[in-house]
Design a protein around this ligand. Sequence first.
Ligand SMILES: C[S@@+](CC[C@H](N)C(=O)[O-])C[C@H]1O[C@@H](n2cnc3c(N)ncnc32)[C@H](O)[C@@H]1O
Length: 244
Amino acid sequence: MKGTTPAGARDEHEAAVWVRGMFGRVAHRYDLANHLLSFNIDRFWRARTVARVRHVLERPGARVLDMCCGTGDLVLALDRYAASPVMGSDFCHPMLVAARRKIGRRHGRAALFEADALQLPLAPAVLDLVTVAFGFRNLANYEKGLLEMRRVLRPGGIVAILEFSQPPNPAFRALYGFYSRCILPRLGGALSGSRDAYTYLPESVRKFPGAAELAAGMRKAGFTSVRYELLTGGIVALHLGEAC
Ligand SMILES: C[S@@+](CC[C@H](N)C(=O)[O-])C[C@H]1O[C@@H](n2cnc3c(N)ncnc32)[C@H](O)[C@@H]1O
């Protein structure tokens, strides 16, 4: 497991700079493109994530961070069930501005801060739950990302990673591959005004480790009780683990 490798990026720093710039360019149309291109199924994926961690959210005083929070959809979904306000972080300022506006409109309580997920400005062992939805794949170094999540979680704390994956059924994988390679870049480009973002998306999914490999990486980073479920035929995988 290495990290994302956008075309032209020569090292981790350049990869992170490219990813931040790309999300900055699409931030204003991100929600529209996201919901349309996923036929709104992304709402179900986030709802499933919340359902799996609800026992932690409902604990009074539980400290929860949604990293790579983007425009805040998972932050808002978590906040609905959380006994205490949740936190959201991202390293892309325009995404956080969009999240702040949306959370305000919906009277959410979440606190947001700007930070690189590979270097969170948090002390060790302070969180009960860390979630990340469709952000992990974009990290410049997956091993560092897992170790950073492990660092900020208390023993017994939970990590939940919702990310695109590869459908195991060959026929469905081929169909999904056609959609993501041929249709998604055109539609996403037209909706967001940034074709390169939606060319990067299927490429980054194709290069991302499969669900079993990610689970193995989580165990190597020190998580126990690692398990995953495939959603929507394996287009997406939800991984869960416990810090020890
Ligand atoms: C595909 S969006 C997902 C946003 C949101 N979690 C959702 O479910 O819609 C990925 C987000 O991850 C953020 N991101 C990528 N790499 C990051 C890093 N190293 N540190 C912090 N945020 C990062 C991007 O800025 C972007 O907002």
